[in-house]
Structure formats: C-alpha cells, structure tokens
Design a protein around this ligand. Sequence first.
Ligand SMILES: C[S@@+](CC[C@H](N)C(=O)[O-])C[C@H]1O[C@@H](n2cnc3c(N)ncnc32)[C@H](O)[C@@H]1O
Length: 293
Amino acid sequence: MSRIGSEGEDIIGRWSEEKLDLLAKYLKAYSVIMNEQKKSWLRAYYYIDAFAGSVRPRAKEDEQRYIDGSPLRALQTEPQFDGYWFVDVSPKRVERVQGLRAEFPNCVIDVRQGNCNEILCNEIVPQLPYASKQRAFVFLDPYGLQVDWETVRELASTRTCDIFVNFSVMGVTRLLPREQNPEPEVIEQLTKVMGSTNWITEIYRETPGIQLGLFGNPTEPTSSRDTIQAEWLASLYTKQLKLLFPHVSRPVLMRNSTNSVLYALCLASHNQTAIKITNEIFNQYEKLRDLRR
Ligand SMILES: C[S@@+](CC[C@H](N)C(=O)[O-])C[C@H]1O[C@@H](n2cnc3c(N)ncnc32)[C@H](O)[C@@H]1O
C-alpha cells in the first residue's frame, strides 16, 4: 500500500512499482496499435488518468529513490498520445501534475482538479462520442473504493473508452464484518462500487461452499465470509465488468511483501486483441514473480 509523504507525496511499495510497469507495457502496445489506426479511420486517441497521483512517488524500501508515476509513464510512451487528461482530487497533486506541461511542451495536457467520477461523466465522456472516431484509454487507480459503478457504466457506454482498473480487493474485504451481517450502509457503499451486491447475501448464509448460481452461472461454487478469497472477489468484479464491456481480461492480483492481496488489476475493452495482449503481459509478469519467490 502507499502512504502519504510530505506535501502530498506518495511512498509506494514494490507492488505499486510493478503495477506501473504493467501499465507502461500495455500503454506501449496500445499506442503502437492506435497510431497505426490513424492511417485509416481513427482521428485521435487519448490517455486519461483519473487518479493521477503525486507524479514522482518515492520507493518504500529506499525513500531517496523516485519512481515515475502513471502520468509520466503515459507521457514517456512512444508513439505519443494525441492528448492527456490528468485528474486528481488533491490541489497539491494537481499542482505537481501541472508542472508536467513544462517538462513535455510538445504534449497536449489537460489537468482537472476534483472528483474523477464527476469530471469523467460530466466533462470528459461528452467529448468522446462514438461518431467522433476518437478513442481513449482510462486508468482508474484509486487508493480504495472511489470508482463509482455508474462511472464505469458511463465509460463503457461510450464504446470509445477502454478502462484499466486497479480494483481494491482489500477495500471490499475490510468492509465485510466477520461476526455479523453488514450494515445497510455497507451494502449501499459496495453497490455503489460494484453494481450488484447479491453475492453479499450468499456469503453470509450459514452453509458455505454450496452451488448458488451467482450471476447466472449455476455451476460456480461461491464463498462464505470466513473463507472469502481474493481471487473470488476479483472474479466477481470482472464478471460485473463483462456486463458492460464486450471483452475483459483476467484479473492479476497485486500482492504486498507479506503476500496479502491488495488489489486486482484488469482491462475492460471494446477490442478483443487488447485483452489478448493484456493477458499475455499479466502471464509474463506472474511467471517472473513466481521465479523470484
Ligand atoms: C493510488 S494514488 C494514484 C497513483 C498514480 N496513479 C500513480 O500510479 O502514480 C490515488 C490518487 O487518487 C487521488 N484521489 C482520491 N480520490 C479521488 C477522486 N475521487 N477523484 C480523483 N482523484 C482522487 C488521490 O489524491 C491520489 O493522488
């Protein structure tokens, strides 16, 4: 997990750096393909960072080492995107992001301060209708449960925006009490983030592990609160994404130094090739990670 340093800086663990490496790899592939499409039908393609962050977070294991955050990874991608939207709720972080204009004078950079759910739905999505022949890659990288399901729905309905989401599995698990059923406010909060919470009733039933027909799949075993697995929660989220996007990658689980799952990273896209590329990048990453252990 990242923690806040001075002046809105982030101090990030090894897994966050790995997440950024996965992002950079995918952005490279995406940009090469989209640039090629510009020779025919495509007018422009954009990078949208809804949780832009502190630009150069420090490494947890060595606070003197600065890491290139997601806006830098995007700006360094070749070929360049036609434009970059960076959003963050924190004025201090937005100030840092604004500084990137001087560093990358040849890039078209639009910086917005505020809640990304509102900015995406009210200011950015209306600029990307299907008929405009524009496309965008949206990175959703919150600390916790800040991405509203309605925002995901809006982005999917454009058919122009793909999303790369870092879904907080840990954020969901923390909200689910072990000793009692969750309060209505918790259910409301999780519905806001995941779209559906039918699964909550299932995991608080007394008999665990029975076949419950979750999301219309009668053969799938579910979980109970005591045995709930990160993999299962991650696949719940990707199943939900499949209701909105035609193609969704498998989730890759991002683990901290003690091997606990913090997040699940996945791509939801309108293009099947994008998913094939993402799954290959994820597979390669997991193989290397297993070798290091
Ligand atoms: C995990 S950090 C982003 C890290 C960045 N993507 C990176 O990889 O370098 C999350 C960021 O989201 C911002 N944030 C939190 N809630 C937000 C919201 N509702 N809308 C936009 N930004 C938000 C925080 O200020 C923080 O900078």
